[in-house]
Design a protein around this ligand. Structure first.
Ligand code: SIN
Length: 486
């Protein structure tokens, strides 16, 4: 195999594959996938792609995004997302992608919480991510190296030259003129999450080790309607579009208690619904359910085939059975700090895009279905910047190919302890004392004889905890309670 490329893309979800789709065919590109290509969050995305339905809607999309973001958004980033979104989607459709349409051939838009109008495009009903991913894979014109764990960035004098990887039981280096991190968020550091099994904050940890700044790491989003009562690592997401189309959240007595927390009830922003469910369960000790009785069976099977099938496999007869729900970790707003072309400001030749990135486009709380749109829009900007700068001269530097042990025997137990610690201390509701205890324990684990991969998770988790401790007041997804009552 070759060890030198023009562009190296770490991650095969929408952010990575759409970057690649926008690079020239004669560019020499390698995509790295940690597992099978479909083990990424894009593949499991259900709801859809939020996009302004017409010129007039752009300003409302901006307003909704800023409002959900609770004052922490970068307005320039939001402006780009909402203005450039429609064009990116138009181009994707021109490439041949088909979103769901009505019989007359008009695009179908659904609604999700905190959107002021129906603007969510979907495909295959609730299989939007899977359809997009399959399409991008079909269009891919460059090689992918599967089962490839990135173990380090090769940097010298604030320039990135490539990555060190573990593949086929070997450690080796791959060099490139431009390196794009598109590896997703941090799901596996939490006990309950909806993420692909590959999403474990490795690249964020590598950045911490290289003093590359992460930002807003306290901003972790918990999806309110997740089925967590089975043993699967990735918990079953029950798309927000179910509530957008009329599903209710009820307690075991049928009470729609969300209105006690927010007038918008089921259509309140995700953070409010998650925090309300968590709080209500704690206070009342009652179970909470998603009630789909508003749906007619035939329509439900056609509109939400994946949820129908997956839940049927676990023994639920939808839309008739109530589904027990819990919030679970879903999406990291915080990430590797970048500018609006995905450039990691402190390291030359290094880009970051998608969930791994923090442009502040989502602020303190991401508006539903804005993440696939972010993948479309910002990856185009990364590709554009790469095309402009690829001809610049870059010297050759060789790095050694030595890596400490990636895994040690005690890692498994510590990894499980970390998940539990993060869920209970840096989860939906935080408390200073618990965060301090968690920080102490993470520091202890970092001092113990552990493998490098666990070290990377711990470094990322430490950033989440430290950022949560630094933000003293609740904001968006960061909900901190005061007093000793925990
Ligand atoms: C969902 O379908 O509820 C997920 C959409 C999102 O996370 O944006």
């Amino acid at each position: 195999m070759k060890f030198k490329y023009d562009v190296l893309v770490i991650g095969a979800g929408i952010a990575g594959l759409h970057t690649v789709l926008n690079l020239e065919k004669d560019c020499d590109v390698l995509v790295l996938a940690k597992d099978y290509a479909w083990e990424c969050n894009t593949f499991y995305a259900q709801g859809g792609v939020a996009v302004a339905v017409d010129e007039e809607d752009i300003s409302y999309h901006i307003k909704d995004t800023l409002h959900a973001g609770a004052g922490l958004c970068d307005e320039g980033a939001v402006d780009i997302l909402c203005h450039e979104g429609p064009q990116a989607i138009k181009e994707f459709i021109k490439h041949g992608f088909e979103f769901d349409k009505d019989r007359a051939g008009n695009l179908l838009y659904t609604k999700e919480a905190a959107h002021s109008r129906n603007r969510i495009l979907h495909a295959g009903g609730d299989a939007t991510g899977r359809y997009i991913h399959q399409f991008l894979m079909d269009k891919l014109k460059f090689p992918i190296l599967y089962n490839t764990q990135v173990t380090d960035l090769l940097t010298e004098d604030s320039i990135c030259y490539g990555v060190r990887v573990f593949h086929n039981n070997e450690i080796f280096n791959i060099y490139a003129k431009k390196i794009v991190i598109a590896s997703g968020g941090v799901g596996s550091v939490y006990e309950y999450h909806t993420n692909a099994r590959t999403i474990s904050s490795d690249m964020q940890g590598i950045c911490v080790a290289h003093n590359i700044p992460l930002r807003d790491m306290e901003m972790m989003q918990f999806h309110p309607t997740v089925f967590v009562e089975d043993d699967a690592v990735r918990k079953q997401l029950l798309s927000e579009s179910l509530r957008g189309e009329g599903a209710k959240i009820v307690d075991e007595d049928g009470v729609r208690f969300l209105f006690d927390y927010d007038d918008r009830g089921e259509l309140s922003p995700r953070n409010i619904v998650s925090q309300a469910i968590f709080d209500y369960k704690l206070k009342t000790n009652k179970k909470v359910f998603l009630d789909l009785n508003n749906f007619e069976e035939g329509f439900f099977m056609k509109r939400f085939p994946s949820i129908y099938f997956n839940m049927n496999n676990i023994g639920y007869n939808l839309p008739f059975d109530l589904i027990p729900i819990s919030p679970a970790f879903h999406y990291a707003m915080g990430g590797i700090k970048s500018d609006l072309f995905g450039r990691v400001e402190s390291v030359d030749s290094l880009y970051v895009v998608g969930e791994a990135a923090n442009t502040r486009v989502h602020g303190a709380n991401r508006l539903a279905s804005n993440s696939l749109l972010e993948g479309f829009v910002f990856s185009k900007r990364v590709a554009q910047d790469i095309k402009l700068s690829l001809k610049e001269k870059k010297k050759n530097v060789d790095f050694d190919e030595i890596e400490p042990s990636l895994i040690k025997p005690s890692d498994k137990n510590l990894k499980n302890e970390l998940r539990d610690l993060m869920w209970n201390s840096a989860g939906i509701i935080r408390h200073k004392k618990k965060l301090q205890v968690a920080l102490g324990r993470v520091e202890e684990m970092l001092e113990s004889p552990i493998g490098k991969l666990l070290r990377l998770r711990l470094l990322s988790s430490r950033e989440i905890i430290k950022s949560a401790l630094n933000r003293k007041e609740s904001l968006g997804a960061h909900y901190i309670i005061k007093g000793d009552n925990i």
